[in-house]
Design a binder for this molecule. Structure first.
Ligand SMILES: Nc1ncnc2c1ncn2[C@@H]1O[C@H](COP(=O)(O)OP(=O)(O)O)[C@@H](O)[C@H]1O
Ligand SMILES: [Mg+2]
Length: 316
């Protein structure tokens, strides 16, 4: 089966060829003979109720410094595609949310992965609160009295932005940290949104495990160990990827989440687990495909395309 595939992503010129999950998906799509049309979110246009984009035919190569070729731009109606990969990176701001409203117009006639409604309704650090027994004690607020009470109850905490990513502005605040007041003020002026206050998990040292689920089923995992001098295990902050297996608890977590993810059309999801607790459910543009494979794990891009092709057959 050869599919017409469109990919909405950030500029392909700038991606990290070795680590990018979108790129892994594109390489696999090309290998299977699917035609790929590429565009960035700023090339979308809803005209009346018809959705267009100026796209360029894309071919990819797994070669650093020479990883893509684009053909000349053409304006097309997005209903012309069988599949659309929604793969732009955060920030998850109103521009992102608007994208989900626009793509909702063509889904599922054009199968959008992940389902734009599911993406919009499941911001990573909010969605997880639907599973309170699987997450650490967590507060989402900007109210000082609430945070003080939470601190009094839980001792050491972590404060981090609700729509942050890549470990940006993640702080540990100990029980008697005199900087808390200033940090609160800094958050209050920096962020318009509520933010996350979470019980500090000493298990951060053993790593933050990225577990990938494809259509609600466990597909692969990689552990990320933080550098000795940093709280954050994000690879962009010096975290090191290592091979890993799932614990019994992590298998339970996957089994619990699976049906909720499937029901929302969240085909490709990455959850993060620190010491038996989920801290985020990444649905916007999860990463980890290449990291899992680099530590000897399965070919998740192939699993995802198997699923997409199967779903497309059912829709046809
Ligand atoms: N509650 C916590 N306890 C200990 N460490 C944490 C906690 N929350 C986050 N961290 C550390 O900070 C890193 C980044 O936090 P995370 O919530 O994953 O935000 P981001 O979306 O920026 O990746 C985690 O990988 C982990 O190392
Ligand atoms: Mg994270």
């Amino acid at each position: 089966m050869s599919l017409k595939v469109a990919v909405q992503m950030d500029p392909i010129q700038r991606i990290n060829v070795r680590g990018d999950s979108t790129f892994a998906l594109l390489l696999e799509a090309q290998k299977r003979g699917h035609a790929i049309a590429y565009y960035t979110p700023d090339r979308l246009a809803l005209s009346g109720n018809r959705l267009f984009a100026t796209v360029e035919t894309l071919s990819v190569r797994d070669v650093v410094g020479d990883h893509f070729t684009l053909q000349e731009p053409r304006r097309v109606e997005l209903t012309a595609f069988d599949v659309l990969l929604l793969r732009q990176d955060p920030p998850f701001d109103l521009a992102y949310v608007t994208t989900t409203h626009l793509l909702e117009r063509i889904h599922p006639r054009t199968l959008v992965v992940n389902d734009p409604v599911g993406v919009r309704n499941a911001p990573e650090k909010v969605f997880v609160t639907e599973f309170p027994d699987l997450m650490p004690p967590t507060l989402i607020t900007r109210d000082l009295a609430e945070i003080k009470a939470f601190r009094a109850a839980h001792g050491d905490i972590v404060m981090k932005p609700l729509y942050g990513h890549g470990g940006g502005a993640v702080f540990r605040v100990t029980r008697d940290d005199l900087n808390f007041g200033s940090l609160y003020d800094m958050f209050a002026v920096t962020f318009r949104e509520q933010w996350v206050v979470q019980k500090f998990l000493p298990a951060y040292k053993e790593g933050d495990k990225r577990i990938i689920l494809v259509d609600g089923e466990f597909a692969g995992a990689v552990n990320r160990i933080p550098a000795a001098d940093d709280l954050r295990s994000n690879m962009v902050r010096g975290g090191v990827a290592t091979a890993t297996d799932l614990t019994k608890r992590e298998r339970e977590i996957c089994a619990r989440l699976g049906p909720a993810l499937r029901a929302r059309g969240l085909l490709f999801v990455g959850i993060d687990v620190i010491g038996d607790f989920i801290t985020e459910i990444n649905v916007t543009s999860p990463t980890g495909i290449r990291a899992v494979q680099n530590v000897g794990g399965p070919d998740i891009a192939a699993l995802i395309w198997d699923k997409i092709e199967g779903m497309r057959k059912k829709l046809a």
